[in-house]
Ligand binder design. Structure first.
Ligand code: BG6
Length: 608
């Protein structure tokens, strides 16, 4: 997934493009580039690495008030200057920036080469400027329209023509594009983050649309050439650039923001007196809720792990069958949509293509999909029929932390609400609601004394060959999330297993000194977990136990004991996941990793 910005107006364009790219850098940051329409034609520059490197190279750029730019997350072709965007035709009269994947690039490329086109890069994107050049007579929109009709796959593109120094052409199919209507200026970008400093009046382009934009006018047509009456919406979401403040990294800042982010997620929703919750955004009456007979959560990455905890909580509290599905698998599995079921699309960014694709597949088959989303106004949020915004606030670090605990909190609110329409009693509802209400103060308590995290990091990084995460019940998805974080941030080889399953295979990985992180709160699985803990200890493993404070037996058994405050079994992931976030953060620091922008990752991936 990549970030695209385009601008046409009166202001010097380079600083606007560079600032826009910096705001979109979470979408991909392996290389960047821009093209300007100047009085001498198209001028372009590219650089490998972060936008900062490009900024250095364009300090002497020519004057211009119109241009396009791109920050890349490589899909086709290595991370090189040649593969960075924009890509141009052979006459250097057409420049294109693209977000998406062209699936039929090989056929098109072969034909274009037979017709004389010379390719400079390994990218799929480069077929687009050559195609446009092939169709270009004098009408830029017509050339782009004919070119994109030959494409199969996903795209959000913005095109600059040397012959048309006052306009840009954009087209969308599958990848987000938003147009910002400013005063005598127009900004187009992959998402509003790069637009709000200019204007809050935007048009969200839809699939199979093409737009001609200049400083004053925007014309949107369908790819069949029919005029589209696009509605202008006002962004009310707060896109203020999150500042690091006194923190060294956004990941650290966001881990310590979880007290407030969980509070924001329950505020105005949790009803401790009534032992229930109220989730207005779902538009589901108690009667609707009582008819629900199964829940399926679709998501990717960390959001998938939140979906797993959510499904377990719905089953445990409401006794309604529930499961989590990996979106990229579920969408192509010809899914069966059970009657009386509801789906939750779980996504921090609300832009992840795999999850969006699964949502559209379920809706196509008549399923009802609700969102558990952080970014307000995102594509998945606007595609769902309702949902729960988790109010984590902007999450900048690529590895998700506070969004995970907010997503889990949203699920616990829903599970309580659903359970109260089923068999849960008023008293049990009150008890659970009170336990959930107490979480922010318990998280504060833990963050005031986080335990021997540095020692745990030393154990993991010194051994460094392999680390195993184990947990049972609600601690199993926490183990999965812990392992994902250690991979994402520190690139440490590790995996997570259900503790009971460990002896059926991965136990073979253990030897003297292997670090095993065991999530073992004081819950219904404690006894069995202790047996598993002793099984791995017998193979010489060094146990790092995340356990309930005051559990001396586990503390003594463990090589390192990391206590967290006592809470309800179903709520325990909100506490046990935080030490694992800290371990991965500190391990990444110890190994000198780029914490907020790990290699090969992006904050959310809008390509399949
Ligand atoms: C990955 C991110 O690209 O997408 C993960 O690096 C994230 O942090 C995953 O969990 C899913 O993203 P989202 O926005 O749909 O929750």
């Amino acid at each position: 997934m990549c970030g695209i910005v385009g601008y046409v107006g009166k202001s010097p364009v380079v600083p606007i493009l560079i600032n826009g790219l910096k705001r979109l850098e979470y979408r991909g940051y392996d290389s960047a580039g821009l093209a300007l329409i100047t009085e001498n034609g198209l001028w372009k520059e590219k650089a490998v690495g972060r936008v900062f490197n490009l900024e250095q190279k364009v300090s002497q750029s020519p004057e211009a008030t119109i241009g396009i730019a791109h920050t890349r997350w490589a899909t086709h072709g290595g991370v090189t200057e040649e593969n960075a965007h924009p890509h141009m035709d052979n006459d250097l009269r057409i420049a294109v920036v693209h977000n998406g994947i062209i699936e039929n690039m090989n056929q098109i490329k072969k034909k274009l080469q037979e017709e004389g086109a010379v390719f400079r890069s390994e990218t799929d994107t480069e077929v687009i400027p050559h195609l446009i050049s092939k169709y270009y007579k004098k009408d830029p929109q017509e050339a782009v329209r004919r070119a994109v009709r030959d494409l199969r796959g996903t795209y959000g593109i913005v095109v600059a023509f040397a012959d048309h120094p006052n306009k840009l052409i954009a087209a969308r199919n599958g990848s987000p594009l938003v147009i910002g209507l400013g005063k005598d200026e127009t900004v187009i970008a992959s998402d509003p983050q790069a637009i709000v400093e200019h204007t809050r009046n935007v048009i969200y382009m839809n699939d199979r649309e093409i737009a001609i934009i200049d400083a004053k006018n925007i014309v949107v047509n369908s790819l069949d050439g029919i005029s589209v009456d696009s509605s202008v919406e006002t962004i009310d979401n707060d896109y203020t650039v999150a500042e690091l403040e006194s923190n060294e990294h956004f990941m650290e800042k966001e881990i310590f923001e979880q007290v407030e982010s969980i509070k924001r997620c329950i505020r105005g929703r949790l009803q401790t007196e009534e032992g229930n919750s109220k989730l207005g955004g779902l538009n589901l009456s108690s009667r609707d809720l009582s008819k629900i007979n199964s829940v399926i959560n679709i998501a990717c990455g960390t959001s998938y792990h939140a979906g797993m905890v959510g499904a377990m909580a719905i089953e445990a509290l409401a006794r309604v069958p529930a499961r989590a599905e990996v979106a990229s698998e579920y969408r192509y599995r010809h899914p069966i949509i059970p009657a009386d079921s509801v789906f939750f699309a779980v996504s921090q960014s609300g832009e992840t293509a795999d999850t969006l694709g699964a949502v559209q597949e379920v809706q196509l088959k008549g399923g009802r999909v609700f969102g558990i989303i952080n970014v307000v106004g995102s594509t998945i949020a606007r595609t769902c029929e309702g949902g729960i915004y988790v109010h984590s606030g902007p999450e900048v670090a690529v590895a998700s932390t506070k969004a995970f605990t907010s997503q889990v909190t949203a699920f616990l609110l829903f599970a309580l609400n659903l359970a109260r329409t089923k068999d849960m009693s008023f008293e049990d509802g009150q008890e659970f609601a009170q336990s959930l209400f107490d979480v922010p103060s318990l998280v504060t308590q833990y963050l005031e004394d986080t335990g021997p995290i540095d020692e745990a990091v030393k154990l993991i990084t010194e051994y460094s060959k392999y680390t195993l995460f184990l947990g049972r019940g609600f601690s199993y998805p926490v183990a999965l999330e812990g392992a994902l974080k250690l991979k994402e941030i520190a690139y440490v080889p590790c995996e997570a297993y259900a503790a009971g399953e460990m002896k059926h295979g991965p136990i073979a990985m253990l030897e003297e000194g292997t670090p095993v992180i065991f999530i073992i709160p004081n819950d219904s699985h404690r006894e069995k977990s202790i047996s598993n803990l002793k099984e791995v200890q017998a193979r010489g493993a060094k146990i790092i136990a995340v356990h309930t404070a005051g559990d001396e037996e586990v503390a003594e058994l463990a090589h390192l004991s990391i206590p967290v405050p006592q809470t309800h079994e179903i709520i325990s992931p909100l506490l046990t996941s935080i030490p694992l976030q800290l371990i991965s953060y500190k391990a990444g620091l110890a190994l000198g990793r780029d914490i907020d922008k790990p290699r090969n990752l992006a904050k959310s991936v809008t390509v399949e």
